[in-house]
Design a protein around this ligand. Structure first.
Ligand SMILES: CC(C)(COP(=O)(O)OP(=O)(O)OC[C@H]1O[C@@H](n2cnc3c(N)ncnc32)[C@H](O)[C@@H]1OP(=O)(O)O)[C@@H](O)C(=O)NCCC(=O)NCCS
Length: 169
């Protein structure tokens, strides 16, 4: 049984390992495994911890099996927005309810402790149908379609689907 807590900067190495692992399976995260380096992970962790929301799921062995975060765009006109929401669960821990537990905890934190946030954004590729349905079940609504935005590893192009949760919808 995993326990959930807010992400800390000291989680950098573990979250880096997690993202490399999850990105090793195409079709989920946007970045390829080789496009995930420690600087990239350090930057999003800093931003999420400073002004966004971020949680990790820690296994009984102390391993980080999942992570979710979203960041503030950092300018006044978007001060009520969290964006670039990303969730990753270790392949060995997927489809056991951890992703839902992480996402529900993340949304509860926003609903109960972040009244400044009115809108949360994410983008998911069209072929990640299970993830799209998952996000809809959590209150996210499709806002359109970025056609031919995603290049898959086989060279094919597909749509990216912008989605948002709005507090006062
Ligand atoms: C998407 C992801 C975070 C879901 O986490 P999980 O722990 O596997 O999910 P859960 O077991 O809690 O199931 C939650 C929902 O996710 C969906 N899901 C389960 N496994 C999934 C998988 N491998 N890929 C996509 N969606 C999945 C299920 O449909 C499920 O819906 P339900 O609760 O209505 O049955 C996880 O599979 C993952 O990290 N995938 C790779 C990275 C990725 O796609 N990230 C999202 C990019 S936008």
């Amino acid at each position: 049984m995993a326990s959930l807590r807010k992400t800390e900067l000291g989680d950098l190495d573990a979250v880096f390992g997690l993202y490399r692992n999850v990105a090793g399976r195409p079709g989920g995260l946007a970045r390829l495994e080789t496009e995930i380096d420690k600087d990239f992970v350090r930057r999003f962790l800093r931003r999420a911890i400073d002004s966004g929301v971020a949680f990790v799921a820690v296994s009984d062995d102390g391993d980080i099996d999942g992570e979710i975060h979203a960041v503030s765009p950092g300018i006044f006109c978007f001060s009520h927005v969290l964006t670039d929401l990303t969730i990753a669960v270790h392949p060995a821990a997927q489809s056991r309810g951890l992703g839902r537990q992480l996402f529900e905890t993340f949304m509860r934190e926003i609903m109960e402790s972040r009244p400044d946030i009115d809108r949360v954004e994410l983008i998911a590729r069209e072929s990640n149908a299970r993830a799209l349905l998952f996000y809809e079940s959590l209150g996210f609504v499709r806002e359109g379609e970025f056609r031919r935005r995603i290049r898959n590893v086989d060279g094919s192009l597909e749509s990216d689907i912008p989605m948002a949760w709005i507090r006062h919808a």
